[in-house]
Design a protein around this ligand. Structure first.
Ligand code: ZN
Ligand code: ZN
Length: 411
């Protein structure tokens, strides 16, 4: 581990991820997915997990050098294959009551030099194979959490002018601040933060808008909301009854858009780091919920391949509001990591909706969800469309306009 990463900060991140993030219960197993780079964080999470009474803590690692080795040496058929048996085991664990922790810290440029077609094929094969393990997460059946580790490749992308070890130290500090871990009592920080998010959620649920209308540079979007949509944000109970905080950091309130009622144009306000490539200046046009035109100044082929993944990949399944004054946004840092960039900006997500953002959604079949406007896809990719130049109106069921955001801030 880089000498510049403050071990006390790393330990506090691990503790909060276990206690507030996943809120691991006594006797519960914990499944961790992580890059090998993040070993030190995995070990610290393991300590706090057993202190919290974990049954067994089980890691699944990925390794950047091994991923590159596949792209450089594997036979062509390998790019249409992912080991379903692995995800089957994870699905079994969740069925048996295990919680899930994902550690993100990947190099956003890892696959930038690789054939985009192979990247897309492997991404698709992996999404299909991983579905049994992702369904209980997307359906919020078990308590889960995503947290970040300042991996070398990622740190280098965020702070290209610094020596890599220093960049990792600086990124650790940024993760720490964004994750609201400073001060004497991070648990109290998180309780106060959740309360603020809940006030926004309650207001939006009371308004019960039919649609949102976004205007900004390159953006003029009418975004219908799903029938019976519910806004969510901050800590909430999974279906197993455990109250958890799925993302650390988190600044968003989010709900389910109507997959067939989105029209107009959107210009992304930040690059999108996706599967080892960076896509820049995304601009799209929606017609009846579907993206019918898409361009990007960089990575356009990656974007187009992504949109073609399946039927639902060119429709959206999540809409989220984040004020421009969020601490991550104010840091001015471009993280090239969705967990951070999505919490610095209003965003929408291509692909799968979260069933629990529709009333009674967890009880509905995919077909029933679809009828209410809930999108279905093997992908879920967030991209950023908020800035201090974007205004958002809520449109009520009777067609009146209510200001929701002005200049990127709550109105
Ligand atoms: Zn989101
Ligand atoms: Zn999302």
């Amino acid at each position: 581990m880089s000498d510049h990463i403050d071990p006390a900060k790393l330990d506090r991140l691990a503790e909060i991820a276990v206690r507030i993030g996943v809120n691991l219960q006594p006797g519960q197993d914990l499944v961790i997915t992580a890059p090998t780079d993040a070993m030190e964080l995995v070990r610290r999470i393991t300590v706090h997990a057993y202190k919290a009474g974990a049954g067994a803590v089980v890691p699944f690692f990925s390794d950047d050098a091994m991923i590159l080795a596949r792209f450089e040496n594997a036979r062509d058929e390998s790019f249409d294959y992912a080991p379903g048996w692995l995800y089957g085991a994870m699905a079994e664990a969740f069925k048996g009551g295990a919680a899930r922790m994902a550690i993100k810290g990947d190099d956003p440029m890892l696959l930038a030099e690789q054939d985009p077609e192979k990247v897309a094929r492997l991404g698709k094969a992996t999404s299909i194979a991983a579905k049994p393990a992702m369904d209980p997460i997307v359906g919020f059946e078990v308590n889960w959490n995503i947290v970040a580790y300042p991996g070398a490749g990622w740190a280098k992308a965020v702070y290209p002018d610094l020596p890599v070890e220093e960049a990792q130290g600086k990124l650790m500090d940024a993760i720490y601040d964004a994750s609201r871990l400073d001060g004497d009592d991070p648990v109290a920080n998180w309780e106060a933060h959740t309360k603020t998010l809940k006030e926004r959620v309650n207001w939006l649920n009371d308004q019960n808008f039919a649609a949102l209308h976004y205007t900004g540079p390159g953006t003029d979007l009418h975004l219908g909301l799903a029938d019976g949509h519910i806004w969510k944000g901050g800590a909430s109970p999974a279906l197993n009854g455990v109250v958890c905080q799925p993302n650390i950091p988190t600044e968003e309130v989010f709900t389910c858009p109507h997959a067939y009622k989105v029209d107009g144009t959107v210009a992304a306000t930040k690059p999108l780091a996706h599967q080892g490539s960076v896509i820049e200046d995304i601009a799209v046009r929606f017609e009846a919920g579907r993206i019918v035109e898409a361009t990007a100044s960089k990575g356009e082929d990656v974007l187009k391949a992504l949109l073609k993944t399946d039927d639902g990949a060119s429709r959206i399944g999540e809409v989220a509001l984040v004020p421009h004054s969020s601490p991550i946004s104010q840091s001015g840092t471009l993280f090239y990591n969705t967990l951070f960039d999505e919490n610095a900006s209003c965003h929408i997500a291509l692909g799968q909706c979260y069933a629990d953002t529709i009333t009674g959604g967890s009880e509905l079949s995919p077909e029933e969800l679809k009828q209410k406007g809930g999108n279905q896809s093997i992908i879920h990719v967030d991209w950023m469309m908020g800035s201090d130049a974007v205004d958002i109106d809520g449109i009520t069921k009777t067609g009146e306009r209510v200001p929701v955001m002005r200049g990127g801030e709550w109105a």
